[in-house]
Design a protein around this ligand. Structure first.
Ligand code: NAX
Length: 326
């Protein structure tokens, strides 16, 4: 048996946490030969609820769960972390402007970035789920100058999975027939789900759907799916978000299938003309615990315009918190 790895989860007492922790502990994320120690971080008022979650984890008697700690101290929470899933964030309250939300989260993610810098493993793999996820990831990354910026990522896998299913349902095919999906940009309504490189049953997706459906149904449905779930459920996506977080880390740690890729918010190196340093979603291939941006995809004018719009939004988010960035 391998030696245990340390997995920090923030916002662990929240609704995504409740769908996520049990799957990490059962081996869904890192494989059924990899023991884990869970380091659960939340804020002080949530400690009692978090203790209840710990009791339930105990009661599952998971063979792979080698320990659980609960804390409200980021320095303790990130100690020696090999993986860090930053789920906890400040939700938008009544009367809160977008700028206030960005600022409130900038405070949280700068503290957590510093704690990661000072206490986590040098190879820690960080996934930011808490919204605005891409900009929160940027803030954490900028506050962790001793860690490779490539180790900070933002979750786009829920958007990617949503797009896969919408396409499978439209074409009457199985999810297993869909490959080479890409969602570019920001985890927000400006994200751009791109079918121009996607395949259904090994053949180009755009030969199997019409442009009108693509533009007027598919793209807005994927972009607005989070809002549709809030409307229907009265609460935001939780189990599907937790599932996407598991998928994201699993792909990163254990690799993507040969010739396939997934969408990940990663540190832009300027690929496809996207400003360097933004945390932008690209098609990524993973192997040996590392990711690379897939190069050379077909980007026509239709795609270019949408990729730019979502890049523009990320630049504006970054500029809104510039005064808080080191
Ligand atoms: P909940 O409100 O149920 O839980 C959030 C938890 O975070 C609470 O327990 C809270 O006490 C904790 N928290 C707040 N500030 C914290 C801090 N400074 N340190 C540690 N913990 C802190 O929200 P939940 O539904 O679990 O969603 C969590 C986040 O995921 C939200 O920001 C949400 O917007 C975001 N989402 C991101 C998605 C994505 O695809 N990237 C999709 C799902 C989800 O909407």
């Amino acid at each position: 048996m391998k030696s245990p790895v340390r997995v920090t989860v923030t916002g662990a007492a929240g609704q995504i946490g409740y769908s996520l922790l049990f799957r990490i502990a059962s081996g869904d994320m890192l494989g059924n030969d990899q023991p884990v120690i869970l380091q659960l971080l939340d804020i002080t008022p949530a400690m009692e609820a978090l203790e209840g979650v710990r009791m339930e984890l105990d009661d599952c008697a998971f063979p792979l769960l080698a320990g659980v700690t609960c804390t409200d101290d980021p320095n303790a929470g990130f100690k020696d972390a090999d993986y860090a899933l930053l789920v906890g964030a400040r939700a938008r309250g009544p009367g809160m402007e977008r700028k206030d939300l960005l600022e409130a989260n900038a405070q949280i993610f700068s503290v957590q970035g510093k704690a990661i810098n000072d206490h986590a493993s040098r190879n820690v793999k960080v996934l930011v789920v808490g919204n605005p996820a891409n900009t929160n990831a940027l803030i954490a990354q900028r506050n962790a100058p001793d860690i490779d910026p490539r180790n900070f990522t933002a979750m786009m896998r829920l958007d990617h999975n949503r797009a896969m299913t919408q396409l499978a349902q439209k074409t009457g095919s199985s999810i297993n027939d869909i490959s080479h999906m890409t969602v570019w940009g920001n985890h927000s309504a400006t994200q751009y789900p791109d079918l121009f490189n996607t395949h259904v049953g090994g053949k180009p997706a755009m030969d199997q759907v019409d442009q009108e459906w693509y533009e007027t149904i598919f793209i807005p449905t994927v972009q607005q799916r989070g809002a549709a779930i809030i409307k229907a459920r009265g609460a935001s996506s939780a189990a599907s978000a937790a599932n996407a977080a598991i998928d994201h880390i699993r792909s990163w740690a254990l690799g993507t299938p040969a010739d396939e890729w997934v969408s990940m918010g990663v540190y832009s190196d300027g690929s496809y003309g996207i400003a360097e340093g933004l945390i932008y979603s690209f098609p990524c291939r993973c192997a040996n615990g590392d990711w690379e941006i897939v190069q050379g995809l077909d980007v026509g004018d239709f795609s270019r315009e949408r990729m730019r719009a979502t890049e523009q939004e990320l630049s504006e988010e970054r500029d809104a918190v510039k005064h808080l960035l080191p």
